[in-house]
Design a protein around this ligand. Structure first.
Ligand code: 4NP
Length: 153
């Protein structure tokens, strides 16, 4: 479960990139993938057209996704609830049911060589920000899958 603020830019990108990787590796039956937001401004919306365009250029479609907010049951349904930045992580920590904190993490901790812990919010920026989201996400997706292989498969 990938979580950002609005669920229209960063976490849908992570969902799309990670799902494509999981499908490519033939692991769709074993690994469930979803995303959600902390805020409800965009609930029901498709991903931002700029995020869709940037992903499409790398062969990934985000068009079927619709924004939703994170729900209490997500903290027990998903083994990994991964925040796209440290602020999202802090917000998730406050919402997390007691005893489930081990599921929380920071997505970029699976890309230690990326040199940063936050996927910068591209919403108010230019198109370059969406390519950076994809670069960081592709790296961390590889690291996350390697981690899951080592620990769960
Ligand atoms: P995201 O980007 O968290 O990557 O989906 C944002 C999208 C919308 C807003 C903020 C961030 N917003 O304030 O509406």
């Amino acid at each position: 479960m990938f979580v950002c603020l609005g669920n229209i830019c960063r976490s849908p990108t992570a969902e799309g990139v990670f799902r494509a990787l999981v499908e490519r590796e033939g692991l769709s039956e074993a690994i469930g993938v979803d995303s959600a937001g902390l805020g409800d401004w965009h609930v029901g919306d498709a991903p931002d057209p700029r995020a869709q365009a940037a992903a499409r250029r790398r062969g990934i479609s985000l068009s079927g996704q619709r924004a939703r907010t994170i729900r209490p049951e997500d903290f027990t349904a998903f083994d990994y609830v991964l925040a796209m930045d440290t602020r999202n992580h802090a917000d998730l920590s406050h919402m997390c049911p007691p005893g489930e904190e081990h599921r929380l993490g920071l997505f970029l901790d699976f890309a230690p060589d990326a040199g940063r812990r936050d996927v910068p919010d591209p919403y108010y920026g230019d198109a370059h920000g969406f390519d950076l989201v994809l670069d960081l996400t592709e790296k961390a997706a590889q690291g996350l899958l390697a981690h899951i292989r080592e620990n769960h498969l």
